[in-house]
Design a protein around this ligand. Sequence first.
Ligand code: MN
Length: 477
Amino acid sequence: MKFWFITGSQFLYGEETLKQVEEDSKKIVDGLKLPFPVEYKLTVKKESEIERIVREANYDDECAGIITFCHTFSPSKMWINGLAILQKPWLHFHTQFNETIPNEAIDMDYMNLHQSAHGDREHGFIGARLRVPRAVVAGHWKDPKVQEKIAQWQRAAVGAMFSRSLKIVRFGDNMREVAVTEGDKIEAQLRLGWQVNTFAVGDLVECMNAVADGEIDALMKEYAELYDYDKADEETIRYQAREEIAIERILVREGAKAFSNTFEDLHGMRQLPGLATQHLMHKGYGFGAEGDWKTAGMTAVVKAMYPEGYTSFMEDYTYDYQRELILGSHMLEVCPSIAEGRPRIEVHPLGIGGKEPPARIVFEGRAGEAKALSLIDIGGRMRLISQDVKCEKPFQSMPNLPVARTMWRPAPSFLEGLECWIIAGGAHHTVLSYDISDETVRDFARIMGIELVVIDKDTTKEKLERDLMVGDIIYGR
Ligand code: MN
């Protein structure tokens, strides 16, 4: 994915100024060190150029968004038709070529050229007037802190573009009687672009039976490079490899990047996919257990934003009130991308589902600042809840807990954090991400047009309840 840099100007200042605008714009683009490339496209001078470049951006599959900047004044009425049809994420970069005001060099020619201080205000007005969602970043383009803000928006834009073409495969329905994993799949497709469809477990089993021994051998080699395990467990692990290969085959066939399954619908399978699911998540696929396609989709989106990052499907398991910690885990499916140290494959009984003891990857999660994200269908709309959490190395070994585990303390404080989460309606399933920033979460929600509820160090229950009421006014209830 790449981003298009479009500079705003007009014909008023003459050829020479326009040439300088173009040269400066190219220097700015060359000076941006960002996770995704930026390409200088055009200095636009008239309405037809703007409309054409926006149309091209809309239709270019590799274009993840446009960055605009008005080096000179660029009257905004000529931007209306273009911005009205813009379908890509937009960042208005309020920068200026020179960092300081020169004493001797400043004259009226200089003023005509370096006038983003007012040219960008005209540009900002039309964004506000049209209510086109956009991110605004101000500051000198060489400043690394300013560039970091653009980088965070880029992540959101890439996630948004990924989201709009995301397909999610569901093996089986949601877990019986569970409410929070339900949701309006049409709303999800309208807002987020997700195509959520069901595929028969019987077909998956058929696909599993067709997996060749050689394919399993190859995947076993990959497991051995990444994880430790006992020779005695090899047959059980080979069965997970068979499941993984078959699941991925269907995902590839369908062009899907996320999936869900449920322990209530494993007809014809000997084990609930544990290791299989964990390793697929590690490769970048999104996953949600118990039919939770919403968390599967969000996991995939965050992984697309940070391909080398630390992101997992997660579940709040149990509390330690004295140490003020949440133990997070799942019955199997935690992504080893968040592991501290080398993970281990183990085989243990599951206790529910009535299947053979499955192989799973066991590890401790890493320490660090993170966010727990939950996407819920609150009725008529999707709500994304984002809570700041601080992960800690688990303070005890818990030798009889045979699953990957992590511990964290939610913001603003342990108990108030729990209260806020419950008030907002956050699910027990989340996406735990060590990478995603406040800026990126906000940018993503704005681009997708979904409600965002943030729970951070500044949140109080009173403020949160007011936010939720405001959300009901904006989106209806
Ligand atoms: Mn669960």
